[in-house]
Write a protein that binds this ligand. Structure first.
Ligand code: C6P
Length: 413
């Protein structure tokens, strides 16, 4: 595991006080929320920003001449600027608001696929992908008569980069890989992948759903052609996300959804399309969602990426060592470069049974295949128990988890 650089530590007491849900109880026990990977909890700053918007500013955006609509538009577009800064996109019109990672990938698979995928072409994904980065490509390949190719992983749960290099060829039209694995915690070498692809003129889509809460993202430095993520995994609202795409690519791609806002002119005979980003934002957007996502970014930036990374790295190493001490426990995903996700199995116990016992103790973990069924099939396991940490988790949370897992192991094996 590679420790993050620097970091001043986090004021955990203050952070925990920001999240009202963390002081509630579950099954008569204090809630220990270890499922940030599925969705993070929300701080007051995000809840209040959205609440304030609805109470004082709401009107539809880009439509009204009246003052209130203009104010809503200004806040919505200010949120886009915040997101541009967050990922260091060159232009704000490269920031497309979506409903989340899933919609972002579907947009690219559909639009890029329609324009560029032809019979016999290849789309390269990896063996650890989430269903969201598998199924849209399968659908696009089916339409085009193209083939989906899968980069294998090694025993640690890392991409096999030798195999990757061998698999890229003149038929490869796009590479779509996750930045951080939701099931294994692996941080993939995106820069290495984009550098290799760039030399061959192949665009790369990066699924950043699990990366943005942990890692400072600089899409220009990563040289990602597309980068997608969801607000709800990074302390923002559900139903909101972002697709970043390089201007040139987005301009060349056809629209995904048709409707209001995305047109320049519309007649029964012919429609011409709006400029970026509106070409890809048909219909009334989730205005409060964009404002909430920007508030989540402000929240993350106020604490600081390095401080968050260092705090979560501490939880990862502390938790891994403690859990490893349980005899019947097997960690799934041992990459050298890992984010704060610990997947594990107890010999002889089904993940659901472990999860159900932990739930009785007030501990929320995710169990199952984590929407990476092909990966679970490859590993020949039914799924895992997964603890994923956020900025609000503590070593005490980890201690409660470890005691609960030890108890589950005694009961079930
Ligand atoms: N993973 C998990 O528990 P949406 O649902 O669109 O916000 O995100 C989908 C998605 C895409 N890629 C990765 C790497 C993800 O982890 C997820 C969501 C959750 O692991 C729910 S399945």
């Amino acid at each position: 595991m590679v420790p993050p650089l620097g970091g001043q530590g986090v004021n955990i007491k203050k952070i925990r006080a920001d999240f009202p849900i963390l002081s509630t109880e579950m099954n008569g026990k204090p809630l220990i929320f270890l499922d940030r990977g599925a969705s993070s909890q929300k701080p007051n700053q995000v809840i209040e920003a959205m609440d304030e918007y609805y109470k004082t500013t709401h009107a539809n955006v880009h439509r009204g001449v009246y003052n209130l609509s203009q104010r809503a538009t200004d806040q919505f577009e200010a949120a886009r600027k915040t997101m541009q800064r967050f990922i260091n996109a060159k232009h704000d019109h490269e920031v497309i608001f979506t409903r989340g990672t899933t919609e972002g990938i579907n947009l690219v698979a559909n639009s890029f696929g329609r324009k560029y995928l032809k019979e016999g072409d290849e789309v390269l994904i990896s063996a650890m992908e989430h269903h969201s980065n598998i199924v849209p490509w399968q659908m696009a390949c089916e339409v085009a008569g193209a083939n989906l190719k899968v980069i294998p992983i090694n025993d640690l749960g890392e991409l096999n980069m030798t195999a990757f290099a061998e698999m890229v060829n003149e038929k490869t039209k796009i590479i779509a890989v996750m930045h951080v694995s939701n099931s294994l915690g692996t941080i993939n070498p995106i820069k290495e992948i984009t550098a290799f692809a760039r030399k061959r003129g192949i665009p790369v889509l990066v699924d950043g759903a699990q990366a943005t809460p942990h890692i400072k993202i600089d899409v220009q430095e990563l040289d990602a052609d597309f980068y997608v993520f969801s607000a709800h995994k990074m302390y923002g609202p559900t139903g909101m996300g972002l697709l970043y795409g390089k201007e040139e690519l987005l301009n060349a791609m056809p629209p995904y959804h048709g409707g209001g806002e995305m047109i320049e002119t519309c007649s029964f005979e012919k429609t011409t399309y709006n400029v970026l980003p509106f070409k890809f934002e048909a219909g009334t957007p989730d205005i409060a969602g964009a404002i909430g996502m920007a508030a989540a970014v402000d929240y993350i930036e106020e604490i600081g990426h390095e401080a968050i990374a260092q705090h979560e790295y501490d939880l990862l190493t502390y938790g891994t060592e403690k859990l490893k001490a349980i005899d019947s426990l097997q960690i799934i995903g041992k990459a050298n470069n890992k984010a704060s996700v610990i997947s594990f199995l107890i010999d002889g116990a089904h993940p659901y049974d472990v999860g159900a016992i932990l739930d009785k103790l007030g501990i929320a973990v995710r169990t199952g295949h984590h929407c990476t069924q092909p990966l679970m099939d490859l590993l020949n396991i039914p799924g895992t128990v997964r603890a994923s940490f956020g900025v609000y988790n503590t070593r005490e949370d980890v201690d409660v988890l470890v005691a609960g897992v030890a108890r589950a192991a005694r009961m079930l094996t």
